[in-house]
Design a protein around this ligand. Sequence first.
Ligand code: SF4
Ligand code: SF4
Length: 161
Amino acid sequence: MQSDDLIQQWKKAVSEKNLPNTDAFKTLPLANSEKLDEDILSLHNHFSACIDCLSCANCCKTTVTVFSHEDINKASRFLGVSKKEFIKKYLIEDMGEFTTITTPCPFLLPDNKCRIYEARPHACQSFPHTGRPHFLKRLNAHKNNLKVCPITYHVVSGIKS
Ligand code: SF4
Ligand code: SF4
């Protein structure tokens, strides 16, 4: 299936509130097994290759992003500004955690590209985390991301329960 069709399918499921029930996974016979992670990784690789993030950018449009100190160093160097300037202009601090000041993300360009792509934070590099081991340990995050990310929706929908 084409990227646009997969994205449309996800949008329809979100608007009809017809999202997969992740609670069922906790009782899968292979729950917490390496085999389950292998199957999910294969779904992740398939749908990440099929879905064009530049036609979507929904994560960049609708969620805030966490920046670690290392991320801040890297991105401020990339933009050629001081760390202090970078924080003042683009981030907000809450309980010691820095996140982007706005949604959509201040680095999202009109063509859905990322202005700091080469220096984007770790959280953006690994989003939507469906290719990482221990899928079930991140079940709550995946559940929340069903409404955010078509890759997550299709990966989770493809898990055999
Ligand atoms: S929400 Fe998912 S599919 Fe859309 S741009 Fe982000 S990672 Fe890609
Ligand atoms: S830093 Fe780049 S990849 Fe990350 S949310 Fe912003 S625009 Fe998207």
